[in-house]
Design a protein around this ligand. Structure first.
Ligand SMILES: [Fe+2]
Length: 503
């Protein structure tokens, strides 16, 4: 196959298989969440304070109401969000339920750091989002929920080092894209076992479509979701998976979205009622400190500082995109402010590719929904990134693992590299099998692309003041939930030099 045919085929396969477009809608921003903990303090501390236990609220709920497990997320230097969602296969749950939540220093919950009672109700699918505050910084905790005689699984979580606090390492897992029909989630088991501080999730937590799978028990239940009930059911099916439950319970997560949280390639033509249903279901199933989506919109772009070491900012490249902008003016203005920081490193969590893939055929853009479709915006972003000393980009979406040197214009070989981009491999989504063997052509036409591998797995980032090390963790057999997961490819970015070096 010649290059033109290959690229045309690749383009068609990519756009139909996984990747997405654009959309409208605007939003409010990261307000503190729904329920606040018993103790409260916004200042950083390393002191352990103990609180007295509370009795679980009475309630006779069916066994299995904690069947979606627990998760935590959006940590900062003194707080973290605790999540669960009550479910039942029986007649239903009371319209309002009170849950006890506990955060402890020990797995037996003898030494409580914070506790309280939160209300959950049918309006938000009996989802709980508790902001546990007043916690020591850069510390580990156990947490759980209780009602009546029932207790949830125990989760582990961490706070970050408080902004500005000296920090000598930050360990991240990065991934995206977990179409359950094409694989099991051994990658999640490996993330669960990893010694990391935070999971950075870059989108495609669920996929739409009706059900079929070569793998037993992996077919989607129900038809393509379009309303709240359908999206809730799809998230429920995904969150019933024990390996996703393991990685969710093992570490705090920072979650953004891509297109499949609504529908493949969604754009401004998608019914706003459908988008609103998808956004609400996303919120109900993620451990985020964002306030629930309301009538004034739903901004999910946000950032957090880990000590004095790294600012992490996650982007939304679907909701605001149109013919003229990928990020939208509001998000661009916010991002410019986020990039002007005093942190040692800045890490952008970008659901879609930043560095670009060149197509050596005039007027063809392989991935028009990425920055390749918005070259002026990439120039702007590169200029903003260049103002900071050490910048990293983690991305997803293309169902492969990649390393790129990001410049203002990938077609101009004289442009300096402003950042290294690591594309995290997908948990279980497939690169189109017919074209997997042709991926080797990409670096030939793209000198700024160091590597592309069609694999499943996740990306580990170890950030220290002097250097960041990236390691691809690769699943040997995505059809096997017990698959071996092993390292395949390690790179280093040394502070002061944006160019990646293979180790
Ligand atoms: Fe995907």
């Amino acid at each position: 196959m010649d290059r033109r045919a290959f690229l045309a085929a690749l383009s068609g396969a990519l756009t139909s298989a996984c990747v997405g477009g654009a959309d409208v809608s605007t939003g409010s921003s990261a307000d503190p969440t729904v329920t606040t903990g018993a103790s409260s303090s916004t200042t950083s501390t390393t002191e352990r304070t103990l609180v007295a236990p509370l009795e679980p609220p009475p309630g006779e709920l069916p066994e299995g109401v904690f069947g979606l497990g627990v998760a935590s997320g959006d940590p900062d230097g003194s707080s973290v969000v605790l999540w669960t969602r009550l479910v039942t296969d029986e007649a239903g749950l009371p319209s309002a339920v009170q849950l006890l939540w506990e955060v402890a220093y020990d797995p037996d919950f003898n030494e409580l750091a914070a506790t309280g009672v939160t209300d959950v109700g049918e309006g938000f699918g009996h989802a709980a989002h508790v902001l546990a505050t007043g916690l020591p910084s850069n510390a580990s905790f156990y947490y759980r929920f209780r009602v009546g005689s029932l207790t949830s699984p125990t989760g582990r979580t961490r706070t970050l080092a408080a902004a500005g606090q000296p920090l000598d390492q930050l360990r991240l897992a990065v991934s995206s894209c977990q179409l359950m029909e094409t694989g099991h989630w051994a990658a999640h088991a490996d993330i669960a076992d990893a010694d990391i501080d935070l999971v950075l999730w870059l989108g495609d937590f669920i996929y739409g479509g009706g059900g079929s799978s070569q793998l037993e028990g992996r077919a989607h239940r129900g038809s393509d979701p379009v309303g709240l009930a359908g999206y809730r059911a799809r998230y429920r099916q995904y969150r019933e998976d024990p390996l996703l439950q393991a990685s969710s319970a093992a570490h705090p997560w920072m979650v953004t979205w891509d297109d499949h949280e609504v529908v493949n390639n969604y754009d401004a033509t998608v019914d706003p009622v459908r988008r609103a249903a998808a956004y609400q279901a996303w919120w109900e199933h993620q451990p985020t400190r964002l306030a629930a989506p309301g009538l004034d919109g739903f901004d999910v772009f946000r950032s957090v500082d880990a000590g004095d070491l790294c600012r992490i900012a996650v982007l939304d490249q679907r909701q605001y995109a149109d013919d003229t902008t990928l990020l939208g003016q509001k998000q661009q203005d916010w991002l410019a402010g986020e990039l002007a920081n005093d942190q040692r490193w800045t890490l952008l969590g970008s659901p879609v590719l930043v560095g670009g893939l060149l197509v050596p055929v005039q007027d063809e853009v392989l991935l028009p929904y990425t920055f390749d479709g918005y070259p002026d915006e990439r120039k702007w972003l590169a200029g903003e990134l260049a103002k900071q000393p050490n910048r990293l980009i983690a991305s997803g979406d293309l169902h492969s693992a990649a390393v790129l040197e990001v410049t203002a214009d990938p077609a101009d070989l004289d442009q300096p590299t402003v950042a290294t981009e690591f594309m995290a491999p997908p948990i279980s989504s497939e690169f189109p099998a017919d074209f997997a063997g042709l991926v080797g052509f990409i670096p030939l036409a793209n000198p700024h692309v160091e590597r592309v591998d069609v694999v499943n797995g996740w990306l580990r980032l170890d950030i220290t003041p002097d250097r960041t090390t990236a390691e691809f963790r690769v699943v040997a057999d995505v059809s096997d939930p017990n698959s071996r997961v092993a390292s395949s490819g390690r790179y280093e970015v040394v502070a002061g030099d944006p160019t990646p070096v293979e180790l």
